[in-house]
Design a protein around this ligand. Sequence first.
Ligand code: FES
Length: 261
Amino acid sequence: MATQAVAPSRTRFGATERKDDWWRAPLITVIALTAFGIYSIVILIMGSHFLYTKGGAYYLSPFYSPDIRSWGVHITVYGFFVAWVPAGFRITCYYYRKAYWRSFFLSPPACAVEGPRGRRYQGERKFPFILLNAHRFFLYLSLVVVAFLWYDAGHAFVFRDPDGSHTFGVGVGSLLMLLNVILLSGFTFGCNSLRHLVGGRLDCFTCSGTAKARHRTWLGVNVLNRFHMQWAWVSLCSVALTDLYIRLASVGVFTDPRIIH
Ligand code: FES
């Protein structure tokens, strides 16, 4: 008896002809971003243990940089006051937008996979999603934040002695803070908006010295941009882990090992 192939329904949620585990990436994205979001909100509400100073160290959590208290600004929601810039930068990032449109809104959950009926990606032209187009402005602000994080990382290698003098040293926290800012720089300097900023609106890459310099810069940004998704995830993890390390050390769970005095 002849059998007839039945085409999968294109209107049923999850309908696809894909044979791979397409659901794995959106599921991991939901778990990771939810965990990071909850962790961030909790530690920002707590508003404490973001600075480790034992043994003359100065390790500042990346969630709380820049340290506006050292400028004489004292507000109760200090963490939220500075963290909205990196938060906005990630929320409006083109990579993260793709990731959460797929994983949280399921529209669609993956390439060639049917999403929920009646819920289709319509672009980001209406409130509140039109605000996501402010990404380039968050980039400008994030470049300033990254500069402060480099300053904090440098500060983490300078230890205050009991007599008030300062000496160079290397602690595990110093290395973590350095690694964190390197990963954050890889994420920030591979931004699509930065590609446009340095290489956009140019008709000719070789017509002037400035155009050639911009072309070279654009090529450099492209190198980072090629792995933008990877930078996004490793830098997200490093921010959380650096904060956790400083937090645990500051509450006395352990003492930061000083490798070089
Ligand atoms: Fe991802 Fe700009 S596109 S940070």
